[in-house]
Design a protein around this ligand. Sequence first.
Ligand SMILES: Nc1ncnc2c1ncn2[C@@H]1O[C@H](COP(=O)(O)OP(=O)(O)OP(=O)(O)O)[C@@H](O)[C@H]1O
Ligand SMILES: [Mg+2]
Length: 253
Amino acid sequence: MKTLVLCNQKGGVGKSVVATLLAHHFAQRGRRVLAIDLDHQGNLSKPLRMSGRTTASAFTAAAVLTSHAPALPDKPFVLVPSDRALLSLERQPDLHTPFARNFRAFLARADAAFDVCVIDTNPNPDIRVIAALASADFVLSPIQLNQGAMDGVSGLLNHERVGLRKIRAVLNSKLSLIGLLPTMVEPADTVPEGELPADRPAVPPVDDQHWVGAGRLRVDPAPLVHIPANVTADSGIVTRHSGERDRVRCCAL
Ligand SMILES: Nc1ncnc2c1ncn2[C@@H]1O[C@H](COP(=O)(O)OP(=O)(O)OP(=O)(O)O)[C@@H](O)[C@H]1O
Ligand SMILES: [Mg+2]
């Protein structure tokens, strides 16, 4: 099983939408998908439940961190839904290490039953995000292409607690940053009103119903934004060009 975490400390950048689309996309391609919603807002759980395509586990995501969660349903597309108890985990610092261990052990037990695990996270840097990053293979960061969001990229990499460099150095050397995924990019001259873009979007659609809000997502040509100097191209998605301004390109999954 390959585990992918959607993560960005910026709120409202499209983490849950991309997680939803990717979960459907992998399932439609015949992969056995485990979706875990670590955000108490439940914005991955709601659309997956409403789709009628997933089987929800009997326990919620908080239980995965706080206990030895029981077995998952023997189904090809399973959701571990969010709950409000997720909010209380950060207030129990003495238990943070067991929380992260429980989460990793849960993923290890699920390993043989699923091909892909998609994890949606909350925007605040807390133990839920740390537990997810400490156990995952890959992280993908949706980002809106505006200057404020780009300036926040250094936090994603360098935050003292949940920065990817720190996580890789201390907790999970195998964690690989797939990259930044520009979302909600809509050049006025390329997207006719009310229509989907004609060429390939960053996240493939499942069908009309599950396109969610990403139908108007468009990445090429990307707007020009300035990339802070301490953001390197080692993620493979930020390609630098000479000159004062740089072009941001989408990564291929
Ligand atoms: N590509 C898109 N096109 C249009 N709207 C979008 C797109 N992606 C996301 N949205 C909308 O932007 C809002 C924020 O998206 P989403 O909830 O996925 O962000 P988030 O990063 O998960 O937020 P949070 O940090 O609060 O969890 C939602 O209303 C969503 O429908
Ligand atoms: Mg979200």
